[in-house]
Ligand binder design. Structure first.
Ligand SMILES: Cc1cc2nc3c(=O)[nH]c(=O)nc-3n(C[C@H](O)[C@H](O)[C@H](O)COP(=O)(O)OP(=O)(O)OC[C@H]3O[C@@H](n4cnc5c(N)ncnc54)[C@H](O)[C@@H]3O)c2cc1C
Length: 323
């Protein structure tokens, strides 16, 4: 099995071993496109090779310029938030990786009870800020270590809440530099998916509807309770991507994996977590290839026992050798 993203001319290059160093390209006073930037430290799995090109714009103008540069160079674009739901190939990614982490801004509007934030805002930070104001609606989000943009794309959710339920609208930027405002209806939300997944449009901003006017102590306590629960039931002490597989309808993926006797099973330094079988942990020095092979191993075992193929929730980017 080979999985690959939308490769173009440089698909066969091994970015991890090729040593061509190219000077950064100055897009504007505050925005540089750098070559061969390691992505391992930018993913929660802590694995993955370099981006051929990497940029982290702070403004809409620089985002537009980044897309324009990729278009003029004819290279593919990969969008990166906090990297908490990504498995990036050890060989790296061709083309331009656009990271949204520096797109930061938050505004709580007491008139409407809506919070508007830029794509790079960390979801847990937003949850705590809402709780401190006594605004209910984001308590579930506190343990999800992604950005607001990633949450809109993934329809991130936990503890019975999810992004699509509170989204008023999302602003997206097309590769041609125009912005669009999309409603939840237009985003075709379902369980952990949206129309934006695998597409080229970048979420720049989103507005959530919350419920102000609660006692902050109550919302803070509820938020803390969710975080404590997660820390006691999920392995937060080692690098992972959270749940690796989507939950099929009848049983949870974790239950199926556990019943297949795979807890603790290891390939290289990647391990099925003892605490939660839908987590794969990087126990130190794991490669993306170890994790990829472990994912395939789980899929095969579960299929043999349950006649059911587990679909990954994690986004697998770049080239992988057949498992
Ligand atoms: C310990 C742990 C616990 C987790 N628990 C949960 C949980 O309870 N519930 C849950 O739903 N998820 C959970 N996750 C997974 C992950 O945090 C979410 O999927 C999160 O929404 C991903 O956001 P991100 O910014 O990290 O996106 P990334 O991982 O960077 O990207 C995910 C996808 O979104 C795209 N993308 C990212 N930003 C943008 C943007 N601005 N515009 C367009 N596309 C974009 C990427 O191209 C990629 O396809 C967990 C992860 C970890 C590590």
């Amino acid at each position: 099995m080979t999985l690959s993203c939308n490769f173009s001319r440089s698909a066969t290059a091994n970015l991890a071993t090729d040593s061509l160093a190219i000077s950064p390209i100055q897009l504007s006073e505050n925005c540089l496109i750098k070559s061969r930037v390691s992505l391992a430290s930018m993913t929660s799995f802590r694995v993955g090779g370099p981006a051929e090109w990497y940029v982290a714009p702070k403004t809409l103008k620089d985002l537009q310029a980044s897309f324009a540069w990729a278009r003029s160079e004819g290279v593919p674009v990969t969008l990166l938030g906090a990297g908490s739901n990504l498995l990036v190939s050890d060989r790296g990614l061709p083309g331009l990786v656009i990271c949204t982490r520096h797109l930061r801004y938050t505004h709580f509007d007491p008139e409407t009870g809506q919070v508007t934030a830029n794509a790079g805002e960390p979801l847990p930070r937003l949850a705590w800020q809402a709780a401190e104001r006594g605004w209910s609606g984001l308590e579930w989000a506190v343990g999800i270590p992604g950005t607001l943009g990633g949450a809109v794309v993934m329809n991130a959710g936990a503890h019975g809440g999810c992004t699509s339920e509170i989204l008023v609208n999302a602003e997206v930027l097309t590769p041609h530099g125009t912005t669009q405002i999309l409603s939840p209806h237009e985003l075709h939300y379902r369980y952990r998916t949206s129309l934006l997944q695998g597409g080229e449009r970048l979420v720049t901003q989103a507005t959530f509807q919350l419920q102000p006017g609660h006692d902050p102590a109550v919302i803070l306590a509820e938020t803390s309770k969710h975080l404590d629960h997660r820390k006691s039931t999920q392995p937060y002490h080692l690098p992972s991507c959270g749940s690796v597989f989507r939950n099929p309808t009848a049983h949870s993926a974790g239950w199926l994996i556990e019943q297949s006797g795979l807890k603790g099973f290891q390939i290289g330094n990647a391990q099925i977590a003892h605490r939660h079988a839908n987590f794969i942990l990087n126990c130190g020095g794991a490669t993306a290839s170890d994790i990829f092979r472990l994912i395939y191993h789980v899929q095969q075992h579960v299929e043999q026992q349950w006649a059911l193929w587990l679909e990954p929730e994690v986004k697998i980017l770049g080239e992988f050798q057949p498992a």
